[in-house]
Design a protein around this ligand. Sequence first.
Ligand code: 8DG
Length: 172
Amino acid sequence: MGGRSSTRLVVAAAITDDLLVPRTLLAARRTAPDALAGLWEFPGGKVERGESVEQALRRELREELGVEIEIGDEIPGPDDGRGVDDQCGDEPVWMLRPGDADVERLVMRVWWARVLPGADGATVEPRPLQDHDELRVLEPGGWRDVAWLPADKRIVDALLQDATDRHRRAYC
Ligand SMILES: Nc1nc2c([nH]c(=O)n2[C@H]2C[C@H](O)[C@@H](COP(=O)(O)OP(=O)(O)OP(=O)(O)O)O2)c(=O)[nH]1
């Protein structure tokens, strides 16, 4: 089938222990499709019609990991977000996959996030409920130590840079 391709927006969370001075980073191992299974990513997914990016991010984290989150700062991407479905402005995005006549272009926006405690104040541990078979909390110095999806590698680098800057501002 031919026709004009559209651009689909994916939202994802860089889950950390501390939004202001991040030390850890959560990676999730995909189970599908075959081409991506076994590789690691940020939990999240596609924004659905009629949803805001924030609603989509909260829904995906609830479905995939069973957690409620506090959303921190965005890690803006270097790519052009104009013409993206489901977003009003031209926020910069991370290109995941260039589209062609048959395949939609995929772009992503990423935010720092922190898992909220339960109503009783108890710590809630993320669980791989859907789309992932393993979660890993990467410690400082180990954020590059899993096989990230190809498009995610430069996002991990940007997160590392941002975390390093925040540590410097907090402690120097
Ligand atoms: N969630 C997520 N997707 C990513 C990342 N990096 C990356 O290239 N992708 C790609 C993989 C998929 O092709 C696409 C996201 O689709 P998805 O399968 O996670 O989203 P979804 O559950 O809403 O999708 P669907 O089953 O409704 O098609 O973006 C990442 O860090 N997180």
